[in-house]
Design a protein around this ligand. Structure first.
Ligand SMILES: [Cu+2]
Length: 128
């Protein structure tokens, strides 16, 4: 019985320290003020999860990494040769879009990204 209680306590502790799903939210009140993702620097594990959560009213946003990679991912076709982003979340309007390609990131590095629709909107993702 005592062993069971200890196992239960350890299990509860593991649940308590499990990281929440990492989310980067785009919440910009006016199209004239499109400048940054919120938070400006987010963190997640290598491989994710990481989502673009677009709450902006009727305005499409996406995530495109500044870092490039070889041309073998489904999203590469829409970019010029040699310009395929390392990670990418397709544009979404008022919804969420999963950032794909995070399995190719490196722990301890911080990657800059921008919105493919509004390239002056930028953010950074730190890989734990
Ligand atoms: Cu945008």
């Amino acid at each position: 019985m005592k062993r069971f209680i200890v196992a239960l306590a350890v299990g509860a502790l593991l649940v308590a320290v499990a990281p929440a799903r990492a989310v980067v939210a785009v919440a910009i009140p006016s199209a004239e003020l499109l400048e940054s993702f919120v938070p400006p620097v987010a963190a997640t594990a290598k491989g994710g999860p990481f989502f673009l959560l677009n709450t902006d009213l009727g305005i499409e946003h996406s995530i495109v990494s500044v870092a490039k990679r070889p041309e073998n991912k489904p999203w590469c076709d829409q970019f010029d040769v040699g310009q395929c982003p390392l990670f990418y979340a397709e544009a979404v309007v008022q919804g969420q879009s999963e950032v794909l390609g995070l399995e190719n990131t490196a722990s301890g590095r911080t990657y800059n990204y921008y919105c493919g629709v509004h390239q002056r909107m930028t953010g950074a993702l730190h890989i734990l």
